[in-house]
Design a protein around this ligand. Structure first.
Ligand code: BV8
Ligand code: ZN
Length: 248
């Protein structure tokens, strides 16, 4: 199931980096983007998670995001998230780069998380940048929120398609990819840029590249190791085995 090389590289590693996608949260009950439930109320998510939909289809846009906010409020991290926390005991530096906006890595206890695409539970005013949650406000999940300061349309603090990512977070993610000794790509269809380029940066800088997914992706042929299976099962197996090897 796992190669000796993986554990050898982990044994000598001082810094490992994880890139996670919707697949790591699937076992927590969060629908993935492109899986069978990738369509939402027969809307194409890819058309909905856009600035155009926010402007021109505001009520459906907010219906979609409020539905996801309700979903994310009740869910818990799974064994895959907790395994990444365990790695923090075993390797001196662990960076988690996530495309997910559900906050589950922080909820599980990971301490170095880069949220490439933002966080769905945070909001901001599209006009003046006012941050309701930071101001102690709790938005109701059943209506379209407007800014108390300028009456502008409030939006979830996520990166929509065709929007730029936060350049500092992206730079930190590229750095963590370029400087780690082992890079895990977990539960992502490896389609969305610029996240999908991070594993190639890691590999080009000499990292051992591992992919964990229930099916192959465009990254799989370039990975040093493709491990087929659910991340909630595979990741704890790796940490338990690695801990045994370290104790020898
Ligand atoms: C940008 C926040 C510059 C919102 C998201 C043509 C070619 C290439 C690129 C482009 C192109 N045209 C446009 C682009 C750029 C575009 C892009 O990449 N498009 C692709 C899709 C064609 N990227 C952007 O727009 C980015 N910005 O480039 O800015 C720019 C500026 C102006 C104009 C142009 C460019 C912004 C991207 C960020 C978009 N926001 N999310 C929200 O979440 O509501 S991305 C969204 O997709 C989610 O964050 C999600 O995480 C992400 C990626 O999807 P995955 O995480 O991979 O999830 P998916 O469902 O696809 O796959 C799940 C995987 O898990 C599967 O492989 C499955 O097998 C596996 N799995 C399932 N269960 C398990 C499992 N694995 C393990 N265990 C399990 N149990
Ligand atoms: Zn405002």
């Amino acid at each position: 199931m796992f190669s000796e090389k993986l554990f050898k590289r982990l044994y000598h590693a001082t810094h490992i980096t994880f890139l996670t996608g919707a697949g790591i949260s699937a076992e927590s009950g969060v629908p993935t983007f492109r899986g069978k439930d990738g369509l939402w109320n027969n809307h194409d998510v890819m058309q909905l998670a856009t600035p155009l939909a926010l402007k021109t289809n505001t009520d459906v846009f907010w219906e979609f995001y409020n539905w996801r906010r309700r979903l994310v409020t009740d869910i818990e991290p799974n064994l895959g998230h907790y395994a990444l926390v365990d790695f923090e005991r075993l390797i001196s530096q662990v960076t988690v780069i996530t495309q997910n906006v559900d906050g589950l890595h922080q909820k599980a206890g990971s301490t170095d998380v880069l949220e490439l695409h933002g966080n769905i539970m945070r909001s901001r005013c599209s006009e003046c940048g006012y941050l309701p949650e930071a101001d102690g406000k709790v938005l109701a999940f059943d209506k379209i929120p407007y800014c108390p300061k300028c009456n502008g349309l409030i939006r979830p603090d996520v990166v929509l398609f065709n929007e730029n990512l936060n350049s500092t977070i992206l730079y930190q993610a590229q750095e963590a990819s370029a400087t780690c000794e082992v890079f895990f790509s977990i539960g992502t269809s490896s389609l969305v840029e610029p996240a999908a380029s991070l594993p190639y940066i890691a590999k080009a800088n000499g990292a051992y590249l591992v992919e964990i997914n229930v099916e192959r992706t465009p990254l799989s042929d370039n990975a040093d190791e493709f491990i087929e299976g659910k991340s909630g099962k595979i990741l704890p197996m790796i940490t338990v085995l690695f801990e045994k090897i370290r104790e020898k």
